[in-house]
Design a protein around this ligand. Structure first.
Ligand code: GDP
Length: 302
């Protein structure tokens, strides 16, 4: 249901167009596939992924001897799930250290929804009975620390911070000490997201990561890149930049509720080979969902 509500815009746009296509055609021919390609590209599925998807559809339609466009919809759903699941090597599940401290680092440019995502995840873990701490590692953007504190109060989780402008690596060091001494299960670490100065940002991330690696063996257990679904192909470009600079283990695709082009999920998985672990479907604390390709496709077509 959450997926269904959150995907309303994409459903109205993308699914609406697919249904319209199906109703206009009497038989599944080359024109049908070409129009379908166009619809998929407009939904931000991404050129390569669309080509692959439609090629597989053609094969499947031939194999099953499908003539009626009405019967193509279920094949489209199947192929969407399949293509998503074949896109990455690793799973959607978070690498959680049961009985120990799990450190999760969040990266991404300003405005993508990083702070909100951290707040939502803090809430989710707290509800699961875990002890959570948040680290205010974005010491650069004005208001970032306060914003995380607001989330801390809202969900009842402590925030470790220093003054604006201080060294993020020092904040991280403090947060790691606090997490260890308070026997926290989860440490969620915010980072700065100014992409104007890419070299400095990447250096800062490296330094923060080194502190974490030194204090907790095998950490960070996850590096989650937050991308804004409403920025479409731009999100892909950001992802490529971050992927070059750091080991991104998963994507959080925020604001999926705000776009009619939800196909970006497929493009990310197929063109970056990084799993989408969560999607943001609104601004409230419950509006974060673990990504599941079947539920997503079901949300689109039911
Ligand atoms: P940050 O600069 O990356 O930390 O971004 P913020 O967390 O401050 O988010 C920027 C804006 O996007 C805020 O107004 C959030 O409420 C909004 N936002 C974040 N995630 C979502 C989402 O999943 N859906 C919607 N509709 N808005 C979101």
């Amino acid at each position: 249901e959450k997926f269904k509500d959150g995907l309303a815009k994409t459903r109205n746009n993308f699914t609406g167009k697919v249904n319209d296509l199906i109703s206009r055609y009497r038989k599944v021919d080359e024109d049908f596939f070409e129009e379908l390609e166009e619809i998929l590209i407009q939904a931000d599925v991404g050129f390569e992924t669309v080509m692959k998807l439609v090629e597989e559809l053609r094969t499947e339609v031939k194999k099953k001897n499908i003539k009626d466009p009405e019967d193509v919809q279920s094949v489209i759903s199947e192929k969407l799930v399949e293509i998503y699941e074949s896109g990455a090597e690793s799973s959607n599940n978070l690498n959680i250290q049961e009985g120990g401290l799990t450190v999760i680092l969040f990266v991404g440019v300003n405005g993508v929804g990083k702070t909100t995502t951290i707040g939502k995840l803090a809430h989710k873990f707290k509800q699961e009975g875990k002890k959570v701490i948040m680290a205010a590692g974005d010491t650069f953007r004005a208001g970032a620390i306060e914003q995380l504190e607001v989330w801390g109060e809202r969900v009842g989780v402590d925030v470790i911070k220093q003054a604006e402008g201080s060294d993020p690596a020092a904040v991280m060091f403090d947060a790691l000490q606090a997490a260890k001494s308070r026997k926290a299960d989860i440490l969620l670490c915010d980072t700065a997201g100014r992409l104007q100065n890419k070299v400095n940002l990447m250096k800062e991330l490296e330094k923060v990561k080194r502190v974490i690696e030194r204090e907790v063996p095998e950490a960070p257990h996850e590096v989650l890149l937050v991308l804004d679904a409403t920025t479409g192909q731009n999100a892909l470009i950001q992802a490529k930049t971050f992927k070059e600079a750091t080991n991104v283990s998963g994507i959080v695709l925020s604001k999926l509720d705000g776009t009619a082009k939800g196909g970006i999920v497929l493009a990310i998985r197929n063109e970056l080979h990084i799993p989408v672990k969560f999607v943001g479907l609104g601004e409230k604390m419950d509006d974060l969902q673990e990504f599941d390709a079947e539920k997503y496709v079901y949300g689109l077509f039911s």
